[in-house]
Design a protein. Structure first.
Length: 641
């Protein structure tokens, strides 16, 4: 199921290939290899879940090719910290290599200086992983373990899981050991060809077995060949950070034929998490949320029908008005709130986020933003947010006019700069710290200038355009008139407090998506792939429904308590699930991550703050518009003199 979108994309691609002889999309169409054709091994970056700081491959003293060539990257790859570069590994299709020395020094090992040895030992201590790719497939390390069955069945059935990349090294006590020998295992699928034609092959899996082998045990000759020692008789290659170290970087290549087809080659990487638990958790969340939403809907509908029926009775009106309070505030319920410009600006940014997230998830669900297209998801999200500014400006402008606003130019500027300005400011401060660490995760200055040009050259004019047409359009038609003198608000009960409302309103939406939140956090902070966009789309729809219904319930209780100040309160309370996201992020940081240093912690909580802010705007906007439609509907249904 996780790779169904990838297969759909591949099927569409085949149709295009058959219809157009010269059609080719780089990174999307399969590459056919013949025997002895070179298969280029490229490096992506070094990552660690302990530091959250990616580094370039050649930031460590690895063997370098004669000419270093970096791949042209898209915006998403730059923001992710990917720096794809060529490596000196010489791999040919279906050609075995037992053991070869990587650097061009047959009888001269690589010497690491004291500074390089310290850096290498520090990266090993920080548990860094090295990420390589072959034919756009990431390298994976196999983890084999026996399932919990009876002893005689353990030898027959064995579960295999993979982790992304390979560990740079390992520690034993206070000693550091480097994985200096890589055993590549590449799987190929033999394509069917006509008679008297040469077979073509496609790479379908890329595995590595990292080993640490001492210099003396690697017997290198003048032809850059080496001999691997027996598994029981080799000593690991130690890195002493207090002195110079001599070592050899070596590798071997093994090819195996596989029945896996090219369209299914990402299945291994997309099923690294426990999908069965994911299924049960999602189904449980869906059932619970729909059940609770149904109960809330029945309560609201039955109560409202009774209230409206009583209000519309022509006799005994005074007694009816004493029974319930939401009709009593009809003359004040549409009174404009304080700071209408800021409220409409925040709601406009929320509309922008909603449109962007909906389109991104839907397109990704169709398989068009697969992990094979590195950075495509983030690039698409950035550009969509810019272009969705026209919708955010339209809704913000119309609401601002409905709230009796007059300064539309200032309101449009506030909509275009308030939320993006906060995001850019926090990211700029965090980027300064990343720059100080010389990490590849730092956004380069030209990219930052390009983002500013996109903001002021695309997003801001589109927001102004949408705001202009939204402000010129007729304001929302409120069913009742507003009194000139505000009604006095009675003293409220303790459970009508804003913070209590946030706690109550946030439980249901958070319960709908906290399982997905775990997988999303794992993808972001632990370098995992996230590809279950079908589940995510379903959860997003449930999130919209639950936010809308809980917002309607909360605004109904507030109006029954004769408190007509619902504009800001609904927006704040509807985003209550963002508070639980923040609590969960703290829990995830304490229990799942092994971050102890200041800058990685600052990065985690800085980016988490942006996620919480964005989620609050999203859910608050959904709840606000649901409550606004509900309030207009109920006051239009009663007879008011």
């Amino acid at each position: 199921f996780a790779a169904a979108g990838e297969r759909l994309r591949y099927t569409l691609l085949l149709l295009l290939l058959h219809s157009t002889d010269s059609f080719y999309v780089p990174g999307v169409a399969p590459i056919n290899f013949h025997r002895n054709d070179p298969v280029e091994i490229k490096a992506v970056k070094l990552t660690s879940s302990r530091t959250q700081l990616p580094y370039e491959y050649y930031s460590l003293p690895f063997c370098q090719p004669t000419k270093i060539t970096y791949k042209a990257e898209n915006l998403g790859e730059v923001l992710r910290g990917d720096r794809i570069v060529n490596t000196p590994f010489q791999v040919s299709m279906n050609v075995e290599k037992k053991c070869e020395v990587l650097c061009n020094f047959p009888n001269k090992p690589v010497t690491l200086t004291v500074e390089q040895s310290k850096l290498m030992a520090e990266r090993i201590r920080e548990d860094y992983y090295v990420h390589l790719i072959a034919d756009n497939l990431p390298v994976a390390t196999r983890l084999e373990f026996y399932s919990n069955r009876e002893e005689e069945e353990k030898k027959k059935e064995k579960d295999v899981q993979f982790e992304h990349g390979y560990r740079l090294g390992f520690m034993d006590g206070n000693k550091f050991y480097l994985h200096n020998h890589l055993s590549f295992i590449l799987y190929y699928h033999r394509e069917d060809v006509e008679e008297n034609q040469e077979h073509t092959y496609r790479v379908v899996r890329f595995e590595v077995i990292p080993q640490s082998i001492k210099l003396e045990d690697l017997k290198a000759d003048e032809k850059s060949m080496c001999t691997l020692p027996e598994a029981t008789g080799s000593a690991p290659q130690e890195i002493d950070p207090s002195k110079e170290n001599q070592l050899l970087f070596t590798y071997s290549v093994h090819w195996e034929e596989s029945d896996i087809k090219w369209a299914s080659r990402w299945d291994t990487y997309l099923t690294m998490s426990d999908v069965q638990i994911h299924w049960f958790s999602i189904i449980n969340s869906v059932v619970v949320v729909f059940f609770l939403s149904g109960i809330l809907s029945m309560i609201i509908i039955r109560t409202l029908r009774k209230d409206i029926a009583n209000y519309n009775k022509e006799d005994d009106i005074e007694d009816t008005m004493e029974e319930s309070g939401w009709k009593l505030v009809h003359g004040d319920v549409f009174r404009p709130p304080q700071y209408p410009m800021i409220l409409s600006s925040l709601l406009g940014s929320g509309i922008q986020l909603f449109c962007m997230i909906l389109i991104v998830i839907f397109v990704a669900m169709l398989g068009m933003l697969s992990p094979s297209s590195r950075g495509a998801l983030m690039t698409t999200a950035c550009f969509l947010f810019m272009f969705m500014g026209v919708f955010g400006g339209f809704f913000a402008g119309r609401l601002y006019r409905t709230l009796k606003g007059h300064r539309w130019k200032k309101g449009a500027f506030c909509t275009a700069t308030l939320y993006p300005g906060v995001v850019f400011g926090i990211c700029f401060v965090l980027n300064c710290f990343i720059w100080g660490k010389h990490s590849s995760g730092a956004v380069p200055f030209p990219t930052m200038v390009a983002l500013l040009c996109m903001w002021f050259g695309i997003s801001l004019p589109l927001v102004y355009l949408g705001y202009y047409f939204g402000f010129r359009k007729q304001p929302y038609d409120n069913p009742v008139r507003t009194n000139q003198i505000p009604r006095q608000i009675p003293e409220q009960r303790w459970y009508m407090n804003k913070f209590v409302g946030i706690l109550m309103a946030g439980i249901l939406p958070f319960g709908a998506m906290f399982i997905e939140l775990f997988f999303i956090f794992s993808a972001i902070w632990e370098n995992q792939f996230y590809y279950l966009f079908g589940f995510l789309f379903l959860v997003f729809i449930i999130l919209v429904v639950s936010c809308s219904q809980i917002s309607i319930v909360m605004v109904y209780f507030q109006l029954c308590a004769e408190d007509y100040r619902w504009w800001w309160r609904t927006f704040l309370v509807s985003g209550g699930s963002a508070f639980y996201v923040l609590i969960y992020a703290v829990f995830y940081f304490v229990n799942k991550l092994d971050i102890v240093e200041f800058i990685p912690s600052l990065l985690y909580f800085g980016y988490t703050a942006l996620m919480v802010l964005s989620f609050w705007l999203l859910t608050g906007t959904i709840g606000f518009y649901a409550a606004y439609m509900f309030v207009r509907k109920i006051y239009a249904a009663v007879k008011i003199d």
